[in-house]
Write a protein that binds this ligand. Structure first.
Ligand code: GTP
Length: 345
C-alpha cells in the first residue's frame, strides 16, 4: 500500500541512513571491495576492531547466513520499506554493514549485516569483539536451497558465539518459505530443527537454545519474526504486556499492540494469542494512515511532520471490526483492534 500512495517520511530518513551504512572488515573479492574512494568519506565509518570503545552500547543484532540466503533483503524490507520485488536487484554484500535503528527508546539497536562468505579464521575478523556485544544472532537459512552447508555453518557460528557470550539469543530464520507448500514448510522446519539440535547435542552443547521461525519477505511473517527477536531484547516487556492486559480488560477492546510504526515491528501485545490476520490488518492500517498523513498531514510548504502526538485514526471495517490507532510516545503508536463497533463510541 505504501507503494501506491506515496512514500512515508520515515523512508526518506532511511535513505539518508543508508549512506551511513558502515563497511568494516572487507571480505569481498569483487571490484566493489577494493576500489574504496578515499574521498567518499567511507573511512569515517570504519570501526577499529581493536578499540572496544568504538561501538556504542546498544544491543546488537547480527544477520548471518550463507550467501544469497536473504539477509540484506530482510533488512531492507523491514527497516527501509523496500518492496520485496526490488530485492531481486540487491548486490551481494561484501563488507560487514552496520546500521543504527533508533526509532524510540524501545526500538534502539544496531543491525550488522554480514557477507555470506565470512571467515572466522581471518585475522581481521575480530569475532570475539563482535559477539561480546551481541544481543541476538539471526542465522538465515534459504529453505529453497539444499541446507546441509547452511546447517554446518550455523553450528560453527553458534558454537563460536556461545564460547564468547552465553547470553546471545540464537534465532534461526528458515527463510524464503513462500516457495514451499504448507506440508513442505512443516517438514523442513522439523528437519532443520532436528539436525541443528542433534549437532549441538553431539558437541555436548544441548544447553544452547535455538529458536526457529518460518519467514518470507513476501508476507508479514518476516515482520512477526523480527518483532519476536526485538521483544526479547526489551527488558520492560513484561511490564508493557501487563499494562496492555489491564488496558484490554478495562476497555472492551479485543487485542492491543504496541507498534513501532516505522518498521511495523510490534514491541508488545497483551497475552491473548496473536492471530496473524489481526496483525496483518494492523500493519495495513499503519501503511494507510502514514501514506494519507504524508499526503494531507504536511503544511502547504511541505514543512512539519506528517504525524505527531496529535495523530489518531479510526477505521471501521464492514465486518463490525474497528481499528484504532493512536500515538502514545513519539514514534510509538498503540494499535487496537476493537471487536465490536459499539465499544468504539
Ligand atoms: N522467494 C524469496 N526470495 C527471497 C526472499 N528473501 C530474499 N530473497 C531473494 O534472495 C536473493 C538474495 O538476497 P540477498 O538479500 O541479496 O541475500 P544475502 O544473504 O544478503 O546475500 P549476500 O549479500 O551475498 O550474503 C535475492 O534475489 C532476493 O530477492 C524471500 O523471502 N523469498
Amino acid at each position: 500500500m505504501s507503494q501506491v500512495l506515496g512514500k512515508p517520511q520515515p523512508e526518506d530518513e532511511d535513505d539518508d541512513e543508508e549512506d551511513e551504512l558502515v563497511g568494516l572488515a572487507d571480505y569481498g573479492d569483487g571490484p566493489d571491495s577494493s576500489d574504496a574512494d578515499p574521498d567518499s568519506g567511507a573511512e569515517e565509518g570504519v570501526l577499529d576492531f581493536s578499540d572496544p570503545f568504538s561501538t556504542e552500547v546498544k544491543p546488537r543484532i547480527l544477520l548471518m547466513g550463507l550467501r544469497r540466503s536473504g539477509k540484506s533483503s530482510i533488512q531492507k524490507v523491514v527497516f527501509h520499506k523496500m518492496s520485496p520485488n526490488e530485492t531481486l536487484f540487491l548486490e551481494s554484500t561484501n563488507k560487514i554493514c552496520r546500521e543504527d535503528v533508533s526509532n524510540s527508546s524501545f526500538v534502539n539497536f544496531q543491525i550488522w549485516d554480514f557477507p555470506g562468505q565470512i571467515d572466522f579464521f581471518d585475522p581481521t575478523f575480530d569475532y570475539e569483539m563482535i559477539f561480546r556485544g551481541t544481543g541476538a544472532l539471526i542465522f538465515v537459512i534459504d529453505s529453497q536451497d539444499d541446507y546441509m552447508e547452511a546447517l554446518a555453518r550455523l553450528h560453527l557460528t553458534v558454537t563460536r558465539a556461545y564460547k564468547v557470550n552465553t547470553d546471545i539469543n540464537f534465532e534461526v530464520f528458515i527463510h524464503k518459505v513462500d516457495g514451499l507448500s504448507d506440508d513442505h514448510k512443516i517438514e523442513t522446519q522439523r528437519d532443520i530443527h532436528q539436525r541443528a539440535n542433534d549437532d549441538l547435542a553431539d558437541a555436548g552443547l544441548e544447553k544452547i537454545h535455538l529458536s526457529f521461525y518460518l519467514t518470507s519477505i513476501y508476507d508479514h511473517s518476516i515482520f512477526e519474526a523480527f518483532s519476536k527477536v526485538v521483544q526479547k531484547l526489551i527488558p520492560q516487556l513484561p511490564t508493557l504486556e501487563n499494562l496492555l492486559n489491564i488496558f484490554i480488560s478495562n476497555s472492551g477492546i479485543e487485542k492491543a499492540f504496541l507498534f513501532d510504526v516505522v518498521s511495523k515491528i510490534y514491541i508488545a501485545t497483551d497475552s491473548t494469542p496473536v492471530d496473524m490476520q489481526t496483525y496483518e490488518l494492523c500493519c495495513d492500517m499503519i501503511d494507510v494512515v502514514i501514506d494519507i498523513s504524508c499526503i494531507y498531514g504536511l503544511k502547504e510548504d511541505g514543512a512539519g511532520t506528517p504525524y505527531d502526538k496529535e495523530s489518531t485514526a479510526i477505521i471501521k471495517l464492514n465486518n463490525t471490526t474497528v481499528l484504532y490507532l493512536k500515538e502514545t510516545d513519539n514514534c510509538f503508536y498503540c494499535l487496537l483492534n476493537v471487536g465490536d463497533q459499539q465499544h468504539a463510541s
